[in-house]
Design a protein around this ligand. Structure first.
Ligand code: IPE
Ligand code: IPE
Ligand code: MG
Length: 325
């Protein structure tokens, strides 16, 4: 496909470890252990796509309510395997690792020490900013910011988007462009509520331990087919004729100059309507041309599916992954 602008900030809800293990008749903790390869794949994929920020949800403020053995396993496993062994390899690849979450007396001191060591080791790296959300909750992040504003006696008139963001746990964390959740659930589970205001959402059925770079590539491709409007009406027909949009290329606030973009061919089987505006091509009234364009597209897609079926004999229904925006 024609590449669009990659997402600057990808956030990922790494879900499905428990089910992965249960499907194999294993303890849930085996699913968490198997998740390490997926985490490495996410980092590799982010580096491959030149993503600047990658935020991974490892443990939510609500996850403390899980059985004690699972919680204690998760906390120690993070320090011993994910950070301890992985930190050096991340450092060598220019990854800056940071913890995103509140400190908590339930996190043992040696675990915190390991995390801080990894942060220190990688602090000057700039290829990829990796934030590991551990003991993180979006609501708590917002409450902390409000509390901090109050403590600093910031006048009400000075409470703006920018000012509030400066009081959050990681003030530099930019808005999320692509929010990806594995495991088939379609919810945010209290993750980055503030930063996801205009994120493109991609939900994949793959369980997190099976996640590999190919899944990230797929999510980025879906992202690049979206049209981001940020509350505007999008491009006019005339603008469409001049420069058809793809989603990733419109990642700018409404008052920014529209970026130069390339057209993209939507992938067969993604269930997405092409972002080309047919009215611009056919010089018809928008409502008629849009309908006609969608009908033509459906026909083309069906023809492609049945041709593929005849050639390969394999079923060619829509993919398992669900997407919504
Ligand atoms: C995500 O997988 C890991 C954490 C929340 C720590 P889960 O453990 O939630 O796996 P499922 O959703 O039960 O399969
Ligand atoms: C979200 O997953 C938290 C992490 C992936 C760390 P959960 O499995 O805890 O979310 P719910 O409970 O299904 O919403
Ligand atoms: Mg889960």
């Amino acid at each position: 496909m024609t590449p669009g602008v990659p997402p600057r900030h990808v956030a990922c809800i790494m879900d499905g470890n428990g089910r992965w293990a249960q499907h194999r008749g294993l303890e849930r903790t085996h699913g968490h252990m198997a998740a390490r390869a997926a985490l490495e794949a996410a980092v590799d994929g982010a580096l491959e796509h030149e993503v600047e920020w990658l935020t991974l949800f490892a443990f939510s403020t609500e996850n403390w309510s899980r059985p004690e053995e699972e919680v204690s396993f998760l906390v120690r496993f993070l320090a011993q395997h994910v950070i301890g062994r992985g930190a050096r390899s991340m450092h060598e690849r220019g990854v800056r690792l940071r913890l995103l979450g509140r400190t908590d007396p339930r996190v043992p001191a040696e675990v915190l020490d390991r995390l801080r060591e990894a942060e220190e080791l990688t602090r000057d790296n700039s290829t990829l900013q990796l934030s590991l959300a551990f003991n993180y909750g979006g609501r708590q992040d917002l409450c902390e910011a409000a509390r901090s504003l109050l403590l600093q006696e910031v006048p009400a008139a000075e409470i703006t988007d920018e000012n509030l963001a400066r009081h959050m746990l990681l003030p530099e964390l930019p808005d999320v462009d692509l929010l990806l959740r594995t495991g088939g659930e379609h919810r945010l589970s209290n993750f980055l509520l503030w930063h996801c205001a205009y994120a493109e959402l991609v939900f994949l059925d793959v369980l997190w331990p099976d996640f590999r770079t190919v899944h990230l590539r797929h999510a980025v491709e879906l992202y690049q087919q979206r049209q981001r409007r940020f509350g505007t009406v999008g491009r006019t027909d005339a603008a469409d004729a001049a420069a058809p949009t793809v989603a990733g290329t419109a990642a700018a606030p409404p008052d920014a100059a529209p970026p130069a973009v390339e057209a993209t061919a939507p992938a067969i089987g993604t269930g997405l309507v092409p972002s080309l505006a047919p009215s611009a091509l056919l010089s018809l009234p928008t409502s008629i041309a849009s309908h006609l364009g969608a009908t033509l597209w459906d026909g083309l897609r069906e023809t492609a599916r049945s041709t593929l079926h005849r050639l390969t004999g394999e079923p060619t229904g829509p993919g398992r992954d669900n997407q919504s925006s």
